[in-house]
Design a protein around this ligand. Structure first.
Ligand code: F6R
Length: 607
């Protein structure tokens, strides 16, 4: 959720921290702050607003201060409103820290401290953690951190500095991610690799409960028993340019355009002789044998990819699949056992609810497979098996390319499962895969629909409500189109199964209400068209998205978008580009910050 970074080295720490926070800003942008050692004292600058605001403040008030060690934070507010005081870093006595996560028992700890006459200045749970550690500090930082964190319940990634131990950062985590690297220019720790990549491509993941002592010359990691631990070094496979805008106005538009390449990278290595193959992923076919049901669990956009996955797996392999919102699944006492395959889908690999769903699945003896974009993330590490999507870093809060590659893995899984169950002949699967291998080119073709989409979006921007309708795959895609639109344009929107409209929602259709109708599936085409007629006769303005075969009476809609030619089962890959464009251009037309919509953050590490 929040972005955190620590730097100690030969460079100007203030600049290193603010630059690092800029790359992490997508994790939270309510406020930003840094603390750094200067003249053997800790100086803190923290401000409500974006990192650019912090940068101005640092320039104005600290440009002459020399510093080579510090910590920085960009906040997504949980406990305590958005204010300078509630911004991180927080200081208590000799301790200054930054925190990503939530301390659930902070109230109880606050009451304990109050009995000792110690009171916080902010309303945050994080300051209480600083106070707890300070209370236990008598010159031994590692002991104070160990004893202090033992009292905390909840999730945390901390970077901590002690006033009397200059140029040293300590870090510890439970639940929230931390990655670290030692380079020639110094040592770094951060909540995400994007903050490290301009220094190095080699990094390690700080394990749960491990404690790191970070200095200019080295990073010493100790396990929970206090023994020195040699972490495994991983390699970042993408380039520093992947985390930059590269000439686009917004990351979202860049990432929409990266979909063909992401799809190629995700699909191509998994075809051997025209058939899906997960050998290089270390996922054996035996994983899929003997399962009697599949539960797909995820959140938001990733859950929408799961809906289409369900449709494809049930259609091709005839294995029953349910899709569960991860935050609900956990509390439903689900009927799952060792014959259930749990598939989790996540871009960040850190979503707290999805992570908790895996823990629950394991308690029930289920096999777990995750579809994850970020390498070595918590979800990837906790799952029995992983199929990585290869989208590279996704920076815009609204997910685009990650969704497309999640879909592609769900299709590969459906093909594989259909072969294993024998429900579809190998020849037929080869026919599908031959066309699927070309899907990235079709998506590329669809990217040229930008002007058309922009013109339509300009007319949608003044709407107060926008409805999406479709049936089957198109309904599932409508859910994603509606989420995308509302999250970045702030226009109220709902997705409806087209046939369900008249069971309530059609009362909301009045003159000029935009309805985006997807009609790309021949088996239900006529039915969707009837539903379109129903909303048109109540005054709706209809934007109709069809496949290339559909013949539409021009009077039926206000705008028609005809997708490039493809088989109906593959239209979601193309339709989603149009829906992403519409959401994007509506938000731009409204003058909104497309990449950083209000109240949101990219990686949701709190429940
Ligand atoms: C919406 C969006 C979110 C995420 C959701 C899950 O555009 O990006 O709905 O899909 O928060 O995140 P991950 O995929 O990181 O688990």
């Amino acid at each position: 959720m929040c972005g955190i970074i620590g730097y100690v080295g030969t460079q100007d720490a203030k600049k290193a921290l603010v630059d690092g926070l800029q790359t992490l800003e997508y994790r939270g942008y309510d406020s930003a702050g840094i603390s750094f050692f200067t003249d053997n004292k800790i100086k803190t600058i923290k401000k409500v607003g974006k990192v650019s605001n912090l940068r101005e403040n640092v320039k104005a008030s600290a440009s002459d201060m020399e510093s080579h060690c510090g910590i920085g934070h960009t906040r997504w507010a949980t406990h305590g409103g958005v204010s300078d005081t509630n911004s991180h870093p927080h200081t208590a006595g000799k301790v200054t820290l930054i925190h990503n996560g939530i301390i659930e028992n902070y109230k109880e700890l606050q009451d304990e401290l109050a009995e000792k006459g110690v009171f916080p200045v902010s309303q945050t749970d994080s300051e209480i953690a600083a106070m707890v550690i300070n209370d236990l500090y008598d010159g031994n930082p590692e002991e104070a951190i160990r004893l202090g964190t033992a009292k905390l319940k909840g999730a945390y990634g901390f970077c901590i500095m002690f006033e009397d131990i200059p140029d040293t950062i300590y870090a510890i985590r439970s639940g929230s991610p931390l990655v670290a690297a030692h380079t020639e220019k110094g040592s770094l720790i951060a909540s995400d690799m994007v903050a490290l990549v301009s220094y190095t491509k080699q990094y390690f993941v700080l394990k749960e409960g491990h404690l790191a002592k970070i200095t200019k010359d080295e990073i010493i990691v100790k396990d929970e028993f206090g023994d020195i631990y040699g972490p495994t070094i991983h390699h970042i496979s993408w380039d520093v340019g992947a985390a930059k805008k590269g000439g686009y106005d917004y990351f979202m538009m860049k990432e929409i355009h990266e979909q063909p390449e992401s799809l190629r990278n995700t699909i191509k290595p998994r075809f051997i002789n025209g058939l899906p193959d997960f050998t290089d992923d270390g996922v054996p076919d035996s994983l899929f044998e003997g399962i009697d049901k599949i539960v797909i669990t995820a959140c938001g956009t990733a859950m929408h990819a799961g809906l289409i996955g369900k449709n494809m797996i049930e259609r091709l392999a005839r294995i029953p699949v349910t899709v569960e919102i991860a935050s609900e699944f956990r509390y439903q006492n689900p009927i799952i056992n060792e014959k259930t395959l749990i598939i989790t889908i996540s871009q960040s690999g850190e979503t707290a609810d999805t992570l908790a769903a895996i823990a629950l699945a394991k308690e029930h003896g289920c096999k777990t497979l995750s579809v994850v974009n970020v390498k070595q993330s918590s979800i990837a590490r906790e799952s029995d098996y992983v199929l990585y999507t290869h989208a590279g870093p996704e920076v815009a809060v609204a997910s685009t390319k990650a969704y497309s590659v999640q879909l592609s893995v769900m299709y590969l899984l459906a093909f594989k499962l259909a072969l294993i169950t024998g429900n579809v002949s190998e020849n037929k699967i080869r026919e599908y895969t031959a066309e699927f291998a070309d899907i990235a080119n079709k998506v590329e073709e669809t990217l040229s629909y930008d002007n058309q989409s922009e013109n339509i979006a300009k007319r949608l921007a003044k709407a107060e409500d926008i409805f999406f309708i479709g049936r089957g795959l198109d309904y599932m895609l409508s859910c994603e189109g509606s989420l995308k639109l509302k999250e970045i344009s702030y226009i109220h929107s709902e997705a409806y199964a087209a046939g369900e409209l008249k069971h309530g929602t059609i009362s909301l259709i009045t003159d000029n209400v935009p309805v985006i109708a997807l009609a790309t599936q021949p088996d239900v085409y006529a039915k969707v068209i009837s539903n379109v007629q129903e909303v048109r006769s109540r005054g709706a303005k209809v934007i109709l998205i069809t496949d290339s075969d559909a013949s539409v009476d021009a009077s039926l809609c206000d705008h028609q978008i005809v997708l490039p030619e493809t088989s109906p089962i593959f239209t979601p890959f193309l339709s989603v580009v149009i829906l992403q464009y519409l959401a994007y251009y509506v938000a731009v037309e409204k003058g909104l910050n497309v990449d950083q919509p209000r109240n949101l953050a990219k990686s949701v590490t709190v429940e």
